[in-house]
Design a protein around this ligand. Structure first.
Ligand code: SAH
Ligand code: SF4
Length: 444
């Protein structure tokens, strides 16, 4: 059987798309190779959200070009958001490329690969690509899951927001929700297959269902969907990402508070603590609205872990704007934050905004913010020392010898000593904490 080697860049949606790429390839007769050198096909599932992801990809493509030279019969395929952004131009930029496909064309892979194989035998091979614009909502695509007990479930595709810095809406198209019945059926199948935890995926899950016709049968809002999924017996934990602050309503807060399966963790990207910058980002909420939302969340669910994304150095970010981000972070005390340097993406509105922040200021702000978010995360984690928490075991710990690794309901990684097996939920007494992980021992 011919073999493939897949490399994934970017977000959880891409991780899940890669599971579908694997599923489609394996159904088409390809088997996984142990490394790129031995593979007949090299596939890259790419990201275009920041320039840094594109640079990492270009570094890896150097190796692909070398391997292709070594064996011209080897195929190279590029999928995902970077591919969708560059489209046909890719074939001029990367002469060793055989196949390109966008995030909405995964199902086309077998046809594209067959074309490319036929092309490589002909004198003038034609580029083989598909950048179709139909949403990849279907659960009909086969999936090769990377985890036995946890699964991603896509509830919607695309994004209809217009955050001024972001390429996602242009590469993944407008928001499309999957019918609730399909999602429920998929989760039921996963649970039958032994899955204990699902993570519902969408760029803006809080807007789930809003694009479906009012009278479409079985239409549910996102909190309605959570109620429906929570009723599935055997499903231990439900997570979801990403939530948009503007669309997060009281029904969802109540669902997190009341539904036993819904975990007490919310990833709620704030992006900036300054209303001035938020306006330029077109986020659709103010600093005070975000603070009030966080307050309502903590009031309803005191145990809640809140994590966030923050962009530093957005055009027009003044010293006082950055200061407002730090004071918001201090007030909210996030459990974790992904901090990004603003990356100017061609074609986005922000790329044309005046007020470029000097590199030196960006680096200093980044250092300050990272140290602040880490200090607060560690302080929050330290408060858990001495507590006994239910942990879903994921397997052996990567670091500590002989230890197990799992996650709390609040999505904190725990390395612990004990004899539990993957997929089990066990109580762990927490005895140490860093900004990113907890340590402990299994309670008897
Ligand atoms: N749909 C999600 C996530 C989108 S991308 C959301 O709205 O939150 C993940 C994160 O990448 C964003 O939250 C943002 O913080 C960051 N990001 C997106 N575009 C960026 C850019 N041009 N420069 C820097 N960071 C960016
Ligand atoms: Fe990008 Fe904004 Fe959509 Fe998130 S909500 S994917 S940041 S446009």
């Amino acid at each position: 059987m011919p073999s493939y080697y897949l490399t994934t860049f970017g977000c959880q949606m891409n991780e899940h798309d890669s599971e579908r790429i694997r599923g489609v390839l394996e159904e088409d007769g390809w088997q996984p190779a142990s490394g790129p050198e031995t593979a007949d096909l090299l596939v890259f599932n790419t990201c275009a959200v920041r320039k840094s992801a594109e640079n990492r990809l270009l570094g890896r493509l150097g190796e692909a070009s070398r391997l292709k030279k070594e064996n011209p019969g080897r195929l190279v395929a590029l999928g995902g958001c970077f591919a969708q952004r560059r489209r046909e131009k890719l074939f001029n930029e990367l002469p060793f490329l055989d196949v390109a496909f966008g995030p909405r064309s995964i199902a086309e892979l077998p046809r594209l690969l067959a074309n490319a194989t036929a092309g490589s035998r002909s004198a003038a091979p034609a580029p083989s690509y598909s950048f179709e614009s139909k949403p990849t909502l279907s659960a009909d695509l086969p999936v090769r899951r990377s985890d036995r007990f946890r699964a991603w479930v896509q509830v919607m595709s695309g994004c209809t927001n217009c955050c001024s810095y972001c390429v996602v809406p242009s590469v993944r198209g407008p928001e499309r929700s999957r019918p609730a019945a399909d999602i429920v059926a998929e989760v039921e199948r996963l649970v039958d297959d032994g899955v204990a935890e699902v993570t519902l995926l969408g760029q803006n899950v809080n807007a789930y269902g809003l694009d479906l016709e009012k009278d479409s049968p079985g239409r549910l809002t996102f909190s309605g969907l959570l109620h429906r999924l929570d009723a599935i017996s055997g499903l231990e934990r439900i997570r979801f990402t990403t939530s948009h602050p503007r669309d997060l309503n009281d029904d969802l807060i109540a669902a997190i508070r009341d539904l036993p399966g819904v975990c007490e963790h919310l990833h709620l990207p704030v992006q900036s603590g300054s209303t001035h910058v938020l306006g330029r980002m077109k986020r659709g909420y103010t600093r005070d609205e975000y603070l009030a939302l966080a307050e309502r969340l903590y009031e309803a669910v005191p145990e809640l872990a809140l994590t966030t994304d923050i962009i530093v150095g957005f055009p027009g970010e003044r010293e006082e704007d950055f200061y407002r981000t730090t004071t918001l972070v201090e007030r909210i005390r996030f459990d974790g934050a992904f901090t990004f340097v603003f990356s100017s993406r061609p074609g986005t509105e922000a790329a044309g905004l005046p007020g470029k922040v000097p590199e030196k200021a960006i680096r200093r702000r980044m250092r300050e913010l990272v140290s602040l978010t880490q200090r607060l995360a560690q302080a929050k984690n330290r408060q858990l020392i001495g507590r006994q928490l239910p942990v879903l075991v994921e397997g052996s710990s990567r670091h500590a010898g002989g230890q197990m690794r799992g996650r709390t309901r609040t999505n904190k990684i725990v390395n612990f000593s004990g004899a539990a097996g993957a997929g089990q939920v066990v109580d762990v007494t927490i005895d140490s904490a860093t900004s990113t992980t907890l340590g402990g021992r299994q309670a008897c």
